[in-house]
Design a protein around this ligand. Sequence first.
Ligand SMILES: Nc1ncnc2c1ncn2[C@@H]1O[C@H](COP(=O)(O)OP(=O)(O)OP(=O)(O)O)[C@@H](O)[C@H]1O
Length: 531
Amino acid sequence: MIPMMGMGGEMWSKFGSTLASIMFMYAMFQQYIPYTFRSKFEKYVHKLIGYVNPNIQIRFHEFVGERLERSQAYTAIKNYLSSNSSKQAKRLKADVGKDSTNLVLSMDDYEEVPDEHEGVKVLWAASKSSPKTPSFSLYPTSSGDEKRYYQLTFHRKNRDVVINSYLNHVLEKGKAIAVQNRQRRLYTNSTGHSYYSFKKSNWSHVVFDHPATFQTLAMEAEKKNEIIDDLITFSKSKDYYAKVGKAWKRGYLLYGPPGTGKSTMISAMANLLNYDVYDLELTAVKDNTELRKLLIETSSKSIIVIEDIDCSLDLTGQRKKKTDKEDEEETDPVRKRAKEESSIKESKVTLSGLLNFIDGIWSACGGERIIVFTTNHVEQLDPALIRRGRMDKHIELSYCSFEGFKVLAKNYLDIDSHELFEVIQELLAETQMTPADVAENLMLTTFTRNTDKCLENLIQALKTAKEEKKLKAEEEAKEEEKKRLKAEEKVKEEEHKSMKTEEKVKDLKVDEKVKEDQTEAKEDASTPSSN
Ligand SMILES: Nc1ncnc2c1ncn2[C@@H]1O[C@H](COP(=O)(O)OP(=O)(O)OP(=O)(O)O)[C@@H](O)[C@H]1O
């Protein structure tokens, strides 16, 4: 044991002294050899290694260009590697996701993670380089001088696969993860307008955090699935749009009475596709140029919404004011003032400006976009505005069906069936109640603490609505009857009038005939007989 230990000790001491000599020589080399010579030496050593090393390395630096902007490739790689890193790397860095509270994990400096693509194995390493000319400072050097990069190593025989396929795969996946991780935004165009003039309209945003999904949307399953399919197909059709030479955008027209879920559907769309929402208030846009500017500022993967399009524009291109009567009825002084103010502003956004907004050349810039118009009065819209090709899909949102009700019952009361469902089904078929009103009755409140009470309330509301509908129908029938009688009277009057006129004409004709006969008789009497 002792000689063995002695041998081991001797070996270790030799190894230690060799290591110390190498380190000493390297320190001397760093300290006394001039930088230019050192860098040349390093270059040749690298070249030499290159001849014998079968591997290829690619570096992706964190900051690139003269202005040292953050490299998009670096960020995409970081995102791509985050899931691999969290499973395989031993040392991780945690970062707060952009604009959000979630943590993004990435591998720490000098960590390595392997990856595989189409059977090709690669190795990623996170590294950093210090400045080449050491700066002497009394203070600790700031980490800002260090340049971080990812280094990809792979065998030279796999060059084609890595360069032509793997890198694209990494960048696309990384970008998709970034979209997934980002906090979505709801933009609105607000103006800092003064009393007499418009100022520039700019986008401002808040975090978009609406919980609506297609699952919670009260609508027939078939219709819902059709819309979901349409949206997903659109979002995956980059290559198709490029192939047919069309801008990657799609227009949706949502129409139906108030409270049928048009706004809710927009939120569900945004949540499904993970898009931002731009809520465009046309009445706050000064003119067509500003409209264009706002559009250019929107990002890709976004839904641009113009709600109540019929109230924003009329066919001559002028913004519509609500009726004067509505203005008169406004009693709230603040809102009245706001309305007066808006009527001072001259509208200059025109229908053609809006059409350009939808299909102008610049509307194709910057990736996929969905444009949504909503209206309560589809029949009032200019056909040019909503023709297919501009508004590709027209979706009617209507009164609550039984299928829609079942979705709401599941959402609000967490039930799939109940003995009162049958009555509700019958009543829904006989009435026109919006999903908003149905939902209102299904809300658990301090007054309606349990499921039975909620459903009973809904039945009561439906019965009232049915009664109102009946009364309305009766009134309408009466009104119709009145109109019919009036029309009949008018016809009779007309007939009477025309009969009288005919009689008069007849009398006149008779008079004329009598006169003619009398004149003839006179003439006959005055003419001497030839005999
Ligand atoms: N189809 C629906 N599915 C689920 N909830 C709905 C539906 N329709 C309406 N609601 C409920 O009613 C509320 C109002 O609906 P929403 O604002 O989406 O209607 P709208 O059609 O956009 O109305 P408006 O034309 O007045 O803007 C929503 O917050 C939601 O709770």
